[in-house]
Write a protein that binds this ligand. Structure first.
Ligand code: ZN
Length: 238
């Protein structure tokens, strides 16, 4: 069994292509996507079309729903809001219609997939290593994959309830449960600008990174007149 799990592409075509090229080097059973195909980056249509074609499961994130008018963006910060408005204008009617059909959660074998949190995913809360403890009580599967915070982490819960946080790899053990934040393909925020992706095998999980042509993505963002703050953060991974 070999699954790749990716999240938060955010219309960054160069980052998405770099990840897919890496993933394609080994046989893969499924490619799973946790949402936020668009928002922030310059290539929303291309990214939606690639994800639609290549993934086995594709979820909606808050930016996908915001870009098609399904959620209110008054709580978004001004940069995210400007990017959502640009994305809404730029998406084709077909891609807008497709984004509207995407679910918030999916279950595959013993794995729960969700963009935000296992319970009440429509509230778009952030799950992290500090509050993960309570979320283990709110799903029944062995593994829950999340995205949303753009901060990759592997959080393990032992049968006695001890929480262990792993940086980028861990063994998958009998009786233990896991919450895995797959990080972000298109806008990492853990001080590492490289695109993140996750590979799950029967007995192991690994978060991997790959470099991509950030300068080219930034040039396209400048041409599209997207906010400078969103352009600059890509080089720092913040
Ligand atoms: Zn996101």
């Amino acid at each position: 069994m070999r699954y790749a799990v990716i999240s938060d592409v955010h219309a960054n075509l160069e980052a998405l292509n770099a990840v897919l090229k890496k993933i394609d080097k080994y046989p893969l059973d499924k490619l799973l996507f946790l949402g936020d195909s668009v928002g922030y980056g310059p290539n929303p249509n291309e990214c939606v079309e690639i994800l639609k074609e290549k993934t086995d499961i594709i979820l909606a994130g808050n930016h996908d729903r915001a870009a098609v008018g399904m959620i209110d963006i008054t709580n978004f910060n001004p940069y995210a809001r400007a990017a959502i408005e640009w994305t809404h204008k730029t998406l084709t009617p077909e891609n807008r219609a497709f984004l509207k059909t995407l679910p918030l959660t999916a279950v595959l074998d013993t794995i729960l997939l969700v963009h935000s949190t296992p319970n009440e995913p429509e509230l778009w809360r952030y799950l992290n290593r500090r509050n993960a403890d309570m979320y283990f009580h709110l799903f029944k599967e062995k593994i829950c994959f999340v995205g949303h915070s753009h901060e990759p982490a592997i959080i393990e819960c032992s049968p006695s309830g001890t929480i262990i946080v792993h940086r980028d790899k861990a063994a998958i053990k009998e009786g233990h449960r896991y919450i895995i934040n797959a990080g972000s393909v298109g806008q990492p925020r853990d001080n590492n600008p490289e695109a993140a992706y996750t590979v799950l095998q029967k007995n192991s999980i690994a978060i991997k990174r790959v470099s991509y042509d950030i300068v080219f993505t930034q040039k396209k963002m400048k041409d599209a007149e997207l906010p400078l703050m969103l352009i600059e953060r890509l080089s720092k991974g913040v």
